[in-house]
Write a protein that binds this ligand. Structure first.
Ligand code: AGP
Length: 606
């Protein structure tokens, strides 16, 4: 996610802002910028690259001033570049932004008709132009801001200044923004680490809060201009703790970010009333010609492909072949010109997956990547790309990237289903309704995390685990087993539940915990038979299901009940307890959860 810092006080703003911005680097970014106000003029410096590049560029200019804004950009619209970096300016108004303006295209078109000229590809740039358009109509600065934000849809945390007045304004809606309470000075930021060294008195702004900073003080108002009060929290975080938002590890923070990450992935794309999915950044080929779909990736992203196969084949009835990227090009895949190759990658830099994309291009097929990082190789070199908008994933073990990948695959299936005419509006609308409930259902699982932590305590002494699932639950269990392996270093193997009697059943005894994932879908009864087989051999079963089953309670050591949903979306819910189980076991064992031994966040070698 982008990072924002604002300062107004009696000290030189430049070094305060740069030092604060450095503490937001963990959020991941690709460019940075700063704007310093000095005696009715504003100096702006922006750089593609690191905050230190900014420091070098600006120190030569010795920028003076005691008020300013600074920003690190995590690109969502418009590739990483100096001209897309923030702050953005129109007239004498300067803005930094974290979030996504959903309706920026229509605002941009309206403003262009009024003669406004744009210099970037970002959604953000419409904001200073919109504010300035109200100022040009005679509105005061604060009123112009209030009028402008009424027209914005989407998520935004804003820092705003203008040359003519020594006033700074912050606005918060969905994207986080925190005000630091300091005597005689004003400071605000996207996240606590940026300001925790200046003060431990923090105000966590709420949606539609507007803060006006003037003469070292501030007042908070609602969108109608009514003054409001917000609680001042005194936190005892260290800087390092604050980067994780109070969570012990980035991985745990990212597990808890999933409701919001999926919401951001959906923003501006699903239209329930029209029963449409709008993937505006996508340039699809003539889909009527598509005869076969390939889905290729590595690791967790490969598990997303396996789930994607169920999602696509059940609705589109187009054959989907999946493969591990490191195997794909060596099998000389037989691809036809009516094929589509989908490549899934959080980093967009995985060497094997890039090689698979090149193999597809060599065969003349349309290549579509699903990535989380704008400007990444895969996203730039594929014929089409859909971004997951999960925000930077710092923990090496993939969590929110996985669930947002599945979310994008589900949206792509709906989009293609409507285009190909194989899904009627009623079906698509029903599926969109279920999809939009997922963030809330994940939150209900997270609210119950204590139960999962208690279960994890019972498993930390075991050296081997078996994960069983049928149908779409089988790749979900492959992902669950990978999570446990990669962060706790305990061996875990996922198996199709129906396949257990063809070999792995020989492993079953009281020393082998068997996790079974089985919501009440069409394979539930059959999976219950597998649980009986394990129970008969003294195996310890932990069952994850969506309806408590008294009969099974006599067979399973523990039963974890999660919310129900439609079959294709089950993996979005079952991923969360499996992530938390792995996390809690690893945390109890004391492994390096965020940087597990031998692992890299992006495997850029073949
Ligand atoms: C997942 O937890 C691992 N970090 C790893 O399997 C990862 O999914 C794989 O290396 C693929 O990475 P990518 O999604 O960035 O291509």
């Amino acid at each position: 996610m982008c990072g924002i810092v604002g300062y107004q006080g009696r000290n030189e703003a430049f070094s305060i802002l740069i030092d604060a911005l450095k503490k937001l680097e963990y959020r991941g970014y690709d460019s940075a910028g700063i704007a310093i106000w000095h005696d009715k003029s504003i100096e702006i410096i922006r750089r593609k690259g690191k905050v230190d590049d900014l420091r070098k560029a600006a120190s030569e200019n010795k920028i003076k001033g005691t008020m300013g804004l600074a920003h690190t950009r995590w690109a969502t619209h418009g590739i990483p570049s100096e001209r897309n970096a923030h702050p953005h300016k129109a007239g004498d108004v300067v803005v930094v932004h974290n979030g996504i303006i959903e309706n920026y295209m229509e605002i941009k078109e309206q403003l262009k008709k009024q003669g406004h000229r744009f210099t970037s590809d970002t959604d953000t740039e419409v904001i200073p132009h919109l504010i300035n358009s109200y100022i040009e109509k005679g509105e005061g600065f604060i009123d112009a801001v209030r009028l402008a934000i009424r027209g914005l849809e989407g998520s935004y945390a804003l820092g705003i200044m203008r040359q003519k007045e020594r006033i700074m304004i912050a606005v918060k809606k969905e994207s986080p923004l925190i005000v630091g309470v300091v005597d005689g000075e004003s400071v605000f930021a996207s996240d606590a680490p940026a300001i925790i060294d200046m003060t431990n008195k923090l105000i966590f702004l709420e949606d539609n809060d507007i803060v006006v900073f003037k003469d070292g003080g501030f007042r908070i108002m609602d969108i109608d201009g009514n003054e409001i009060n917000r609680k001042v929290h005194t936190v005892n975080w260290t800087g390092a703790m604050a980067q994780k938002g109070g969570f012990k590890h980035f991985m745990l923070k990212e597990i808890y970010e999933q409701p919001r990450a999926i919401t951001e992935t959906l923003i501006g794309r699903v239209r329930e009333e029209k029963a449409e999915v709008d993937l505006d950044e996508l340039k699809l080929p003539d889909m009527k010609d598509i005869k076969k779909i390939w889905m290729v990736a590595c690791g967790t992203s490969y598990h997303a492909c396996l789930i994607g196969k169920y999602i696509f084949e059940s609705s589109l009835r187009i054959p989907v072949e999946t493969d591990i990227a490191s195997e794909f090009r060596y099998r000389e895949p037989i691809m036809g010109r009516h094929d589509m190759l989908i490549l899934v990658s959080q980093s967009g830099e995985t060497a094997d997956t890039i090689a698979a994309m090149k193999e597809g291009k060599k065969n003349g097929v349309y290549t579509l990547s699903i990535c989380n990082v704008l400007g990444s190789t895969l996203s730039r070199e594929s014929d089409g790309v859909i971004f997951t908008h999960a925000g930077p994933e710092i923990g090496v073990a993939s969590t929110k990237a996985f669930t947002t990948q599945i979310t994008v695959l589900f949206m792509l299936m709906l989009h293609m289903g409507r285009f190909l005419g194989v899904l009627d509006k009623k079906t698509v609308r029903e599926k969109i309704v279920e999809l939009k409930k997922i963030p809330h259902k994940i939150q209900s699982i997270l609210n119950d995390a204590q139960k999962i932590e208690e279960m994890a305590r019972r498993f930390i002494t075991y050296k081997n685990f078996l994960y069983l699932g049928r149908g779409i639950n089988y790749p979900s269990m492959m992902e669950g087993a990978l999570k446990l392996k990669e962060i706790s270093y305990i061996h875990a193997e996922a198996y199709a539940a129906g396949e257990m009697k063809h070999g792995p059943i020989a492993l079953i005894d009281e020393n082998l915990p068997v996790f079974v994932l089985s919501p009440h879908d069409r394979t539930y009864q059959k999976t219950c038979s597998n649980i009986e087989e394990v129970f008969a051999r003294r195996g310890k079963v932990m069952l994850i299901t969506d309806i408590y089953d008294h009969e099974m309670s006599g067979r399973a050591d523990s039963i974890l009940v999660i919310p129900s949903t439609i079959y294709e979306l089950q993996p979005l819910l079952s991923a969360v307890p499996l992530q938390l189980l792995a996390y809690n076991i690893a945390n109890l064992l004391g492994t390096d959860v965020d940087q597990p031994r031998n692992l890299a966040k992006s495997v850029t070698v073949e």
